[in-house]
Design a protein around this ligand. Structure first.
Ligand code: BES
Ligand code: MN
Ligand code: ZN
Length: 500
């Protein structure tokens, strides 16, 4: 979708539709909506008075103005209650209006910046969120639909601001929003791609292509190199697949390439059958989403590069396919990961934590400022938090608080759960240092305790995105399938970090 920004009067826009908004409970609209109401002889007041439109969150109404508005359609979108108004709501309202326009068959859409004027938000933030909503609301994964080569979507989205003095801020915010939202879509595409077409080597290739486009540096370890590096856990997970594992290192130097980096680690299990501890067949197809942590990391690195953030940021992807075959690793095996602690395998289905510990141990050499891993790690986390929030665990209260706040700002809620000594005790092994499963109780937390055992002296946080990485219901800014969760959160987190 093309994004354009213009200064002027939206009522003069000749796009297929224009978007205006209303706060819940307002009966006499102001701003651009008020101007439209006057141009339409009180049509919008009538709509409100008639009770057909109250401005509730994401509510839409369509008007067909005969005069006074150049566009054939006027879409009104509700912003909800003014007291509860945030940039999150801007994104959702913009996505709702976009979906409505697409449903009507519109190809070009112009919108005001929700919250930029009357809403009282920072105009750059409001522009960013309006653009994010339009791009995310326009997202559809149609790569595999043979008879759908012309899916309904917008070709052009135009942001219209009346006040010329805001132009620079609007452009800055819109550009940021476009980069972030397109990076979320990139992560969604990776997540939605099925296992047959996205083995570890292909996932790594996608990261490399992206790196070439954006100027990131990218190094890929093949299976031999993974073994040589001593990553005994990642290589064990991958050894049961005919399609070997990969380890990817993406780096953005930032303003100071020698600064202590912030490191993001993604679980990249391109398909999780459970291995010898085979999963039941029901719903197993969703295990194509088991690389969503790495999709978030690759998408985030794309945005980091395109935004040219001043921070030094490194993305690590631990990619493998968890399959049962004659060479697969087995329960009872004892592994030698890169970290110094040996692991006894109790379940080959607890493979994500194995892929991650080699990446966590690898990150120590960078003497990082912070390490954040993202993983569709446990069904237990879905049981605890459902699809509403990611689990957030870690060893550093400041880091946890910062991620929690980024989650609240972006709407990608991350909820802190504790790692307690009892959880640590549950993963002790009789024959090795640790075992890879602590059983059913507190499964999200014993998994986190396992990761923690490979963290050396750096602030570390873990996001369990098992419940948030994919969705079975449509939200205004998220269709069914991969959500791209993590990209917006991590970028927001970074943008709130000082550089030194
Ligand atoms: N990829 C799964 C976790 C998962 C489950 C993600 C449901 C998304 C939805 C992970 O590798 C796994 O199988 N975890 C096991 C761990 C257990 C064997 C200790 C689980 O959660 O059952
Ligand atoms: Mn598994
Ligand atoms: Zn898994």
């Amino acid at each position: 979708m093309n994004i354009s920004i213009t200064t002027g009067n939206i009522l003069e826009s000749t796009t297929d539709a224009i978007v205006l908004n209303l706060f819940e409970g307002v009966t006499e609209p102001g701003g651009a909506t008020g101007a439209a109401n006057r141009a339409l002889n009180g049509l919008i007041s009538d709509l409100i008075a008639g009770g057909d439109f109250s401005g509730k969150r994401n509510q839409t109404a369509v008007l067909y103005p005969r005069q006074g508005v150049a566009s054939p359609r006027l879409i009104l979108v509700g912003l909800g209650k003014r007291e509860a108004f945030t940039t999150n709501q801007v994104r959702l309202a913009s996505a709702s209006a976009t979906r409505e326009a697409i449903k009507l068959g519109a190809k070009t859409l112009a919108s005001i910046i929700h919250g930029g004027g009357i809403g009282g938000l920072d105009v750059s933030d409001a522009a960013q969120a309006t653009i994010e909503g339009a791009i995310l609301g326009n997202y559809k994964f149609t790569n595999y639909k043979t008879n759908n080569n012309n899916p309904k979507h917008l070709d052009t989205f135009t942001l219209v601001e009346f006040d010329t003095s805001k132009q620079t801020d609007v452009e800055k915010g819109a550009n940021t929003g476009q980069i972030i939202a397109e990076s979320v879509c990139f992560a969604r595409d990776l997540g939605n791609t099925p296992g047959n077409d996205l083995p570890p080597a292909t996932l790594a290739e996608r990261a490399l292509e992206m790196a070439r486009e954006t100027g990131l540096s990218c190094e890929i370890f093949d299976e031999q190199r993974i073994t040589n590096e001593g990553m005994g856990a990642l290589s064990a997970v991958g050894q049961g697949s005919a399609r070997p594992p990969r380890f990817v290192i993406l780096e953005h130097p930032g303003a100071d390439p020698n600064a202590a980096p912030i490191i993001f680690i993604g679980k990249g299990i391109t398909f999780d059958t459970g291995g010898i501890s085979l999963k039941g067949g029901d719903g197993m197809w969703d295990m194509k989403f088991d690389m969503s942590g790495s999709a978030a990391v690759i998408g985030t690195m794309r945005a980091v590069a395109k935004l040219d953030l001043p921070h030094r940021v490194i993305g690590l992807v631990a990619a493998a396919e968890n399959m049962p075959d004659g060479l697969a690793y087995r329960p009872g095996d004892i592994l030698h990961p890169l970290g110094t602690k040996t692991v006894e395998i109790h379940s080959t289905d607890a493979e994500g934590r194995l892929a991650l510990i080699d990446a966590i141990a690898y990150s120590a050499r960078y003497e990082p400022k912070a390490v954040i891993d993202l993983a569709t790690l446990t069904g237990a986390c879905v049981t605890a938090l459902g699809n509403e929030a990611s689990g957030l665990m870690g060893n550093d209260n400041d880091l946890i608080a910062q991620i929690h706040e980024a989650g609240n700002r972006t709407g990608e809620i991350a909820w802190h759960l504790p790692i307690l000594d009892g959880h640590r005790n549950r993963i002790k092994s009789n024959v090795a240092d640790l075992k890879n499963s602590g059983g059913r109780p507190a499964g999200a937390l014993t998994a986190a305790a396992f990761l923690e055992a490979y963290v050396q002296n750096f602030p570390w946080a873990h996001l369990d995105i098992a419940g948030t990485a994919s969705t079975k219901s449509t939200k205004p800014d998220t269709p069914i399938g991969a959500t791209g969760v993590g990209v917006r959160l991590l970028i927001d987190y970074l943008r709130h970090q000082s550089v030194t």
